[in-house]
Design a protein around this ligand. Structure first.
Ligand code: MG
Length: 159
């Protein structure tokens, strides 16, 4: 059995009046993420972790923000494309672990839905997808509500 681990990291700025998509879920908020896509910073970090596990580059390379094709796109579509790509050649996703740093709004009520949503897109069960959330105790750009930071780790295997 072969194992591969990958990590991903992403940041998006927050601005008023934009929809907030996080972990594939629409979260009621007065602010949302500034981005070329729907700005789902959690999915972007997850995609980079998946691509990292297979040494297949990153989502900026795969879905350039200079291309109109990906403008305002639902990031779940990007995750679906990335999942198919990294699973080529008999690879499967063992698990994913995601940490979201956001000062507000509170992410906790949406974690269950995020796990279900992300697992469904990746074709695995929700018990293999962990989503954790933290504030930064009002420190730094996250604490000042200027942006959101996400880390993701993925393990893949081939039997
Ligand atoms: Mg991004």
């Amino acid at each position: 059995m072969e194992l591969r681990i990958g990590q991903g990291y992403d940041v998006h700025a927050l601005a008023e009046g934009l929809p907030m998509w996080l972990g594939g879920v629409r979260i009621p908020s007065e602010t949302g993420f500034v981005a070329h896509s729907d700005g789902d910073v959690a999915i972007h970090a997850l995609c980079d972790a998946l691509l990292g596990a297979r040494a297949m580059g990153d989502i900026g390379h795969l879905f350039p923000d200079t291309s109109d094709e990906w403008k305002d796109i639902d990031s779940k579509i990007l995750l679906d494309i990335v999942t198919r790509k990294v699973c080529e050649g008999g690879w499967t996703i063992c698990n994913a672990d995601i940490t979201i740093a956001l000062q507000a709004p509170k992410v906790a009520p949406y974690i269950g839905t995020m796990r279900e949503t992300l697992a469904k897109v990746m074709g695995i069960t929700a018990d293999r997808v962990s989503v954790k959330a933290t504030t930064t105790e009002k420190l730094g750009f996250v604490g000042k509500k200027e942006g959101c930071e996400v880390w993701a780790i993925v393990l893949m295997q081939r039997l």
